[in-house]
Write a protein that binds this ligand. Structure first.
Ligand code: CAA
Length: 260
């Protein structure tokens, strides 16, 4: 697929996906969502990629939301289809075997905030701004905001953000647990790269199973989830990485993981 709105860059074992429509503050139109879907589905198959960073092109925005010009004339059915496409992108991010780090470099509003919520980890620049302003436009969040936001920050704070449409700054996002850390703008990508490299140095099977277990387990009641974790834990022992990791510890050396 030819990419016009998204750039996919590879830096060793780390892929960087850049949403690149700065003139529209990287707003998500149909084509951009299709390109994102393609990138994440493709990366999911690439065994040599161990972590993914997702960020926005330009100085101002991560993503300022779903594209309002595109959505303005949609009817109910078309709106639902557009929502389903957005959800498919979010699912592709969650289902990717690699951890995805959102490097939030500016406005993360509406669909942009939702995009960051589908990532495993959010790191924000000092200039980042978050919000779910959909109610200002007469709609509700359509790419998972009503579901993922309460699961991440708790229902009360989520409802306040969803009902008021208020925009919050990076410091407030950190306070409510929406982001993992806030760094200077010029350090954002390097901070994410360091984190990504730390992840890619671990056993890829363990990282994949960890992500899968967190995401699937959070949909279950705690008893089933713990049983599920025990099964997933067991799976690790069928890997060469587990033998190597434990052998290396006992031999007081660094492990050499092969992802097998
Ligand atoms: N869709 C389409 N275009 C957008 C956009 C969006 N979500 N956000 C910004 N743009 C465009 C603007 O229309 C403008 O284009 P022109 O230069 O052609 O006029 C350009 O990006 C720059 O934007 P502004 O001039 O508005 O920049 P600003 O610095 O004055 O304001 C902003 C920045 C506060 C982010 C403001 O652009 C804004 O409020 N954007 C809309 C945010 C929003 O409501 N997002 C939610 C969308 S709905 C949604 O996402 C639904 C869902 O859940 C799926």
């Amino acid at each position: 697929m030819e990419l016009h709105n998204v750039r996919l860059e590879k830096e060793g074992a780390v892929a960087v996906v850049v949403i690149d429509r700065p003139k529209a503050l990287n707003a998500l139109n149909y084509d951009t969502l299709k390109e994102l879907l393609y990138c994440f589905k493709t990366l999911a198959q690439e065994k040599e990629i161990g972590a993914i960073i997702l960020t926005g092109g330009g100085e101002k925005a991560f993503v300022a939301g779903a594209d309002i010009s595109y959505m303005q004339e949609l009817n109910g059915l078309e709106g639902a289809e557009f929502g389903a496409l957005g959800h498919a992108v979010m699912a592709a991010i969650e289902d990717a075997p690699q951890p995805v780090i959102a490097a939030v470099n500016g406005f993360a509003l509406g669909g942009g905030c939702e995009l960051s919520l589908a990532c495993d980890i959010r790191v924000a620049s000092e200039t980042a701004k978050f919000g779910q302003p959909e109610v200002n436009l007469g709609v509700i969040p359509g790419f998972g905001g009503t579901q993922r936001l309460p699961r991440i920050v708790g229902k009360g704070i989520a409802c306040e953000l969803l009902y008021t449409g208020d925009m919050i700054d990076a410091a407030e996002a950190l306070r409510i647990g929406l982001v993992n850390k806030v760094v200077a703008t010029d350090e954002l990508l390097d901070t994410c790269r360091v984190m990504a490299s730390k992840i890619t140095a671990k056993g890829p099977i363990a990282i994949r199973l960890c992500k899968e277990t967190v995401n699937n387990g959070m949909q279950m009641d705690i008893t089933r989830a713990n049983r599920y974790e025990a099964t997933q834990f067991g799976q690790c022992f069928a890997s060469e990485d587990q033998k190597e990791g434990m052998k290396a510890f006992l031999e007081k050396r660094k492990p050499s993981f092969q992802g097998k």
